[in-house]
Design a protein around this ligand. Structure first.
Ligand SMILES: [Zn+2]
Length: 113
């Protein structure tokens, strides 16, 4: 069984570490919502199938009501959405957004083309 690390940057949960890791939704819309929630917009070009088989989020990012606890493992409920991301870790993502936002120098734009 391959090991997985939580897809959220700055979170180091991995399989075997005692926390449950949940696969991304199989549907494209749900998977994209997860990516936005965990600031992994760099993975937006991947298909839902790729995300489902290669990326996971750990239980730390889901409220208790998002999963049911079975006898041996936790199961994510349908349409569960990750909402718990520590703002301290999330900051790099915000900075990245700000960098992209205002095109200040037209010179830079010209060199791109
Ligand atoms: Zn995590």
């Amino acid at each position: 069984m391959p090991g997985y690390t939580c897809a959220f940057r700055g979170c180091h949960s991995k399989t075997g570490g005692g926390l449950a890791l949940f696969a991304f939704p199989k549907d494209q819309t749900g998977a994209k919502l997860w990516l936005q929630a965990c600031c992994r917009t760099d993975l937006m070009s991947k298909t839902a199938e790729q995300l489902y088989s290669n990326y996971k989020l750990c239980e730390l990012h889901f409220e208790d009501k998002c999963y049911s606890v079975g006898a041996s493992r936790k199961c994510l409920l349908p349409n569960a959405h990750p909402t718990l991301f520590p703002s301290a870790i999330k900051r790099p993502c915000v900075e990245q957004d700000l960098e992209e936002a205002p095109p200040k120098k037209t010179l830079n734009r010209i060199t791109i083309f």
